[in-house]
Write a protein that binds this ligand. Structure first.
Ligand code: GTP
Ligand code: MG
Length: 324
């Protein structure tokens, strides 16, 4: 990593839409080093008044469903509609990388050189939870640099969904037509979180199956309890390779944003999300605080041994662990 800039240089660079400074500020926010975190905190505090003015979209689905391909083409639709687009990946194993998304043949590459697109693969080696948490800071930094559509790709396998759901305004679930009932069962919890579903690869011999799946999923969504905002999740079909249905997904998201802003739900959800992250970080600090105390760890281990040997009760063990 290059030597950090001064806080003023970071802040001015970001506000002046300098992409290389933005990238460095994100690297700093992702760093686990205490001195980097210290600078990062101050940079984020200074840019905070310039954040929030974006639409944050989580894009999820099983590996291979077509998330990265969708993002490439959807990103172009956003650009055509005069948006500036930042793409962040949350899953450390995601193929959203320079290799796939900036491949020579994609138009995205040309677009990214215009400064209207910023693509950030997730840091390698991080845990899903850790990456998601840092993504929150990355979103704020991107917003301060004038990006008004933030796309966050995450793979559909569990924990990262909940976290990304808590980072975004609109949660888009990509699904394949003709996937078995079993898969749909697994996806139920995730389906409940979705504000919209897009059936991908609705082209060639798959087109009819996709139409049938659209009806099926629409019916399934109607069985879920109504959402807090009163929004009824919609199901679309699209093909990223044929560039069909992508505009409809964009229209659905814009409609959702209008709906939730009119109901004052948009801001409320963001406030709840901020509290969610605050509370979960406080809990993490509390854990860290106790588990960095040798005497506490000793009492904890002793209590565990006694519980295993049936020498104490759980309430007594708890008292013993927390006695000063
Ligand atoms: N026919 C067809 N193929 C598609 C479409 N979109 C993506 N694909 C293909 O599906 C494969 C997977 O696409 P990706 O975009 O990499 O999928 P992903 O969900 O990002 O995958 P991971 O990042 O590995 O989770 C690639 O071979 C794509 O070319 C589509 O609309 N139609
Ligand atoms: Mg991908």
């Amino acid at each position: 990593m290059k030597a950090p800039l001064t806080i003023k240089e970071y802040v001015e660079g970001i506000l002046n839409k300098d992409i290389s400074v933005l990238a460095r500020a994100i690297t700093l926010a992702e760093s686990n080093k205490a001195e980097h975190q210290e600078i990062s905190k101050q940079v984020i505090e200074k840019i905070l008044p310039h954040t929030g003015n974006s639409v944050r979209i989580g894009i999820t689905g099983v590996p291979g469903v077509g998330k990265s391909t969708f993002i490439e083409i959807f990103g172009q639709v956003l650009i055509e509609n005069k948006h500036r687009v930042a793409v962040l990946a949350v899953d450390p194993s995601s193929t959203l990388s320079k290799g796939s998304i900036l491949g020579d043949k994609t138009r995205m590459e040309k677009l990214s050189s215009t400064g209207d697109v910023f693509i950030r693969p997730s840091p390698s080696g991080g845990s899903l939870g850790g990456v998601a948490r840092k993504t929150r800071e990355s979103i704020l930094l991107c917003e301060a640099a004038g990006f008004d559509y933030i796309l966050i790709e995450t793979v559909g396998v569990g924990q990262s969904e909940t976290e990304v759901h808590n980072l975004t305004d609109f949660f888009l679930l990509l699904m394949l037509a003709g996937a078995g009932d079993e898969l749909q069962g697994i996806k139920r919890g995730i389906m409940e979180m979705a504000d919209g579903i897009a059936i991908t690869k609705a082209d060639g011999t798959n087109a009819d199956k996709a139409k049938a799946a659209r009806v099926e999923y629409s019916n399934a969504l109607h069985l879920f309890p109504p959402t807090e905002s009163g929004w009824i999740p919609e199901v679309k079909t699209c093909s990223s390779t044929q560039n069909t249905g992508i505009e409809e997904v964009y229209a659905m998201i814009e409609k959702y944003i209008r709906h939730t802003k009119a109901k004052h739900y948009f801001t409320q959800k963001r406030q709840e999300q901020s509290l969610f992250w605050f509370e979960s970080l406080v809990q993490e600090k509390i854990r860290e605080h106790f588990f960095s105390n040798a005497a506490f760890i000793k009492r904890y281990q002793q209590a565990k041994a006694k519980i295993s040997n049936n020498q104490t009760t759980i309430p007594l063990a708890i008292s013993a662990v927390f006695k000063e």
